[in-house]
Write a protein that binds this ligand. Sequence first.
Ligand code: SAH
Length: 219
Amino acid sequence: MAYSNSELVKELTELGYLKSQLLIDAFNAIDRKDFVPPSLAEFAYHNEPLSIGNGQTISQPLTVAFMLELLDLRAGDKVMEIGSGSGWQTALIAKMIEHPGGITEDKDGRYGVISLERIDSLAQMAINNLSKYGFVEREVAKIINFDGTKGYETEAPFDKIIAAASADKIPESWKDQLIIGGRIVAPLGESIVVLDKTEKNDFEERAFHGFSFVPLIAG
Ligand code: SAH
């Protein structure tokens, strides 16, 4: 059982969930305790989901590590996340895509993580938590109270898309709003699917089984 953020990182690395240096550095830089309700602070470093109110949870660390390894982020990526919750995963994404030198030139400054959350009070919680690291202020992360099943056309296209809530079917809007060469990592039932967009209407799909998620709710 881990009792500090660095112990949690060590546990996830030893279990084989954390692999890449970019993700290990992000897990070390972002303290999960900053995203857990104060009443549950003592459990912040346990490898378990925890309640964040409104029937929702901060995701289990191993699931976040596994999905973010699959997402294969690069500094300068433009990312859409569906289901901000506590903002913990948003912060990890922001940390990985933020260029040390500021806005990237190669993408005309078109980078950042747009995170959609359907429950307004959770969107507010995520903004407060992300502000502890200045991600909202530096415009690396933007939380929007919006139904993510529609994607977010105004900010499309995205290099990468990740969802934290489980759908029965990957929404067409996500596929449309992804660049060719881009990747979606999303829960589908009790599995995690990876969709690589090879052509406008062509996707290569892989799936990993045996996870659990809260449902994606339209509207
Ligand atoms: N990674 C987050 C996980 C939050 S749980 C964390 O670690 O804190 C998943 C979140 O998805 C919940 O907050 C839920 O409200 C949200 N959600 C479910 N359906 C959604 C939808 N259609 N659009 C946006 N958010 C949605």
